[in-house]
Design a protein around this ligand. Structure first.
Ligand code: GLN
Length: 206
């Protein structure tokens, strides 16, 4: 088997942290693979899985659209390539988004999941927090959720599974090859999400 290649969308946000967490996940799984920052269509065409980091979804969406990445990402994901979006990255996955304070915003997204997200659902930067989450999908021990101006999922359509909640609010979802988290697994010092995602990528390349 060729080495797997996992791309980290390198437009804006916590790109380095995702590179580190994914490399660690590969090491722990003893998988030979490459983790590479990707931005342009020729780079995105060559990967086996893509992670969308947290950051600022309006910036990521605008620049991805301009570079042509948006259409290619949509095509590749609909053909089965695994995709994981964290925080702003989860916003990018959604078909619909609105901001808790400013309401509906016209922003560019990848529209790959039939979900609605509320941006900044827990408040502003000062309202960032950490919480232990129960996420059976990745194991029985709790997972430290790091929430920084995080969104929540307010509506899901058929076929989307809820994988984590906090106070009855949906903070992680999965549909087939696509995972989204409100929080930042790359900042948790816990590689279970990145390992789970890597496994999806391995299965996809088989
Ligand atoms: N509030 C940001 C947005 O709406 C997301 C914050 C984050 O990714 N930490 O894009």
């Amino acid at each position: 088997m060729n080495q797997i290649q996992i791309g980290i969308l390198a437009i804006q946000g916590d790109i380095e942290e995702n590179l580190t967490a994914t490399n660690l996940a590969l090491d722990e799984l003893e998988i030979k693979g490459r983790v590479i920052p990707v931005k342009y269509v020729n780079e995105i065409a060559g990967i086996d899985g893509l992670i969308l980091p947290g950051g600022e979804s309006t910036v990521i969406g605008t620049l991805a659209k301009l570079s042509g990445a948006t259409q290619l990402i949509k095509d590749r994901v609909s053909n089965g390539m695994p995709l994981m979006g964290t925080c702003a990255g989860m916003i990018m996955l959604a078909k619909r988004a609105y901001d808790r304070v400013v309401g509906e915003i016209r922003q560019q997204m990848f529209n790959v999941l039939d979900i609605t997200v509320e941006r900044n659902a827990f408040g502003r930067q000062n309202d960032s927090f950490e919480a232990e989450l129960d996420i059976p999908l990745i194991g029985s021990e709790s997972f430290k959720g790091v929430f920084i101006r995080s969104p929540i999922v307010t509506e899901i359509k058929n076929g989307v599974d809820v994988i984590a909640t906090i106070n009855n609010k949906i903070v992680a979802i999965k549909q087939g090859n696509v995972i989204g988290t409100s929080f930042h697994p790359e900042l948790a010092n816990d590689t279970r999400f990145h390992k789970y995602f890597t496994q999806l990528v391995i299965d996809y390349t088989k």
